[in-house]
Design a protein. Structure first.
Length: 95
């Protein structure tokens, strides 16, 4: 699976929904503009590696959790079962 097939917009939306925050709150926590979060979530802009790392820190998860959540549903079966379980465990811990 290549980096272009990752849906970081989906990952950001899932993480925000898990803790019930708005785009503007995430943007403030990342010190970026809300419009940047909106562009990423609508897949009109790809986040930088640094932004993915900042999102991971903001939600208290590892960066690979963000990447796992960005994996399109059709490709999730390609992921190691332990990696999926770890990602879900970390996501649930942030609630």
């Amino acid at each position: 699976m290549d980096n272009q097939s990752l849906d970081f917009g989906r990952a950001f939306r899932l993480l925000r929904a898990a803790v019930n925050i708005r785009q503007c709150e995430l943007a403030e926590g990342l010190s970026i503009k809300a419009s940047q979060v909106s562009l990423i979530e609508s897949n009109k802009r790809r986040p930088s590696v640094e932004t993915v790392e900042e999102v991971a820190r903001f939600f208290c998860v590892r960066p690979d959790v963000v990447t796992i959540l960005a994996t399109p549903s059709g490709n999730v079966g390609e992921l190691d079962e332990r990696a999926k379980a770890c990602a879900l465990t970390e996501l649930l811990r942030t609630r």
